[in-house]
Design a binder for this molecule. Sequence first.
Ligand SMILES: [Zn+2]
Length: 127
Amino acid sequence: MEFTMQIHGISRDLIDLLRSVGADRHPLEFVGVLREEDGIIHELNLLPGTISGEHSASLFVDMMPLDLHVVGSAHSHPNGVIRPSNADLLFFPRVGRFHFIIGYPYGGNDWGCFRADGTRVDMEVIG
Ligand SMILES: [Zn+2]
């Protein structure tokens, strides 16, 4: 099933939250799923584990009930590289269409949004 809700952007509050969670967890990584309402990505649900680690976030995604408001994922890169890793490219298609990477030092521009295949997306920040 393809979920085709048009996404207009991500709320500024959520971007700020992603940056502060990234800074709080540093030097560890966080992973979460993102939910939208009325086409605005506005909510983070943190998952236990990491994308590539022993307790992989993929396991928890597979156990989640189907939620049509889930549009993608967000996770941090404590190494500051705003680019999907090979593990990310395996994880992204399981979670949705839009994937945010938040990098050290978690400043206002230290993030990027990518499609499931890893291509960069210009995502509008709203609010
Ligand atoms: Zn990653």
